[in-house]
Design a protein around this ligand. Structure first.
Ligand SMILES: NC(=O)c1ccc[n+]([C@@H]2O[C@H](COP(=O)([O-])OP(=O)(O)OC[C@H]3O[C@@H](n4cnc5c(N)ncnc54)[C@H](OP(=O)(O)O)[C@@H]3O)[C@@H](O)[C@H]2O)c1
Length: 263
């Protein structure tokens, strides 16, 4: 019953994790605003909820920072408040540093890092007015480690931890919670949509992702962590222990990472 009538805004809701968060929240009676660039896909997700709840389709490219305040206003006009913001929109990477154009590094930072900041900064004043709120951000195991062919992706996810750990401390007196979720492998289109060094889509489903956690199972675990007001949580298979291995056995960890065969 935690989510009943709560207003939740999910970015990156047209696919994968965001899509399944929407389905799980609709089952649990939340009122939901869903955003991403592809309005047609957002409408498909809305229709799949079969009118179980009020779902507002609010298209947004999170890297178009100037359009964020207008979308926040659209959601407030419709629902009157935003109780939970889930910064989930993101894009991965499949290219070595030597082949990655600087504008691709920047695009990944704009979507994964600055996009989450732009959305969060636009929502915070209303959470302060409400006297409560919960901000969630979808990081990754790559927010704690770096592996070949994910340089900008890992950098963008690491950066989220610096920002959102700071935010959590700053807004604690204001009754605003911050949860950082670090997924391991989840079966979505993330590796298909990942950017190659020239900025084009990878168009390959990685084997580890294909064998990853069911996105519906992931979504419920993520919602349990948010309801439990966890500060940071790792959800996935055995890969989520990589940051612990790095901390406890750094020599072993770094030599294993050097041997990784990336796809
Ligand atoms: N799946 C995994 O194994 C895994 C592991 C670790 C972390 N994650 C993180 O989980 C989050 C969700 O990824 P996913 O696995 O569900 O991948 P996905 O299926 O590729 O979904 C990514 C979502 O982000 C949206 N998006 C991308 N660029 C955007 C932009 N500029 N503005 C607004 N929305 C944008 C996409 O929608 P549009 O194309 O319609 O804009 C889509 O809805 C990401 O932050 C990802 O880094 C996933």
């Amino acid at each position: 019953m935690y989510y009943k009538d709560k207003v939740v805004w999910i970015t990156g809701a047209s696919s994968g994790i965001g899509e399944h968060l929407t389905y799980a929240l609709a089952e649990q009676g939340a009122k939901i605003a869903i955003s991403s660039r592809n309005e047609k896909e957002l409408q498909r997700v809305r229709q799949n909820c079969h009118g179980k709840t009020d779902i507002l389709v609010a298209p947004l490219d999170v890297a178009e920072f100037d359009s964020v305040p207008g979308v926040v206003q659209q959601i407030l006009d419709h629902f009157g408040r935003i109780d939970i913001l889930i910064n989930n929109a993101g894009v991965s990477q499949r290219a070595p540093i030597k082949d990655t154009a600087l504008e691709v590094d920047r695009k990944i930072m704009d979507i994964n890092y600055f996009g989450a900041l732009a959305v969060t900064k636009a929502v915070l004043p209303f959470m302060w007015q409400q006297g409560a709120g919960h901000i969630v951000v979808m990081s990754s195991v790559m927010g704690k480690i770096g592996v070949p062919h994910r340089s900008a992706y890992a950098a963008s996810k690491h950066a989220l931890h610096g920002f959102f750990d700071t935010l959590r401390a700053e807004v604690a007196p204001d009754n605003i919670k911050v949860t950082i979720i670090c997924p391991g492998y989840v079966r979505t289109n993330v590796t298909i949509n990942a950017l190659k060094g020239d900025g084009s889509a990878n168009q390959v489903m990685a084997e580890a992702t294909r064998k990853g956690l069911d996105p519906a199972v992931f979504a419920q675990k993520a919602l349990d962590a948010i309801a439990g007001q966890k500060r940071e949580v790792f959800i996935g298979g055995k890969e989520i222990f990589a940051p612990t291995l790095k901390r406890l056995f750094p020599g072993l960890f770094y030599s294993l990472i050097e041997k990784i065969k990336t796809t």
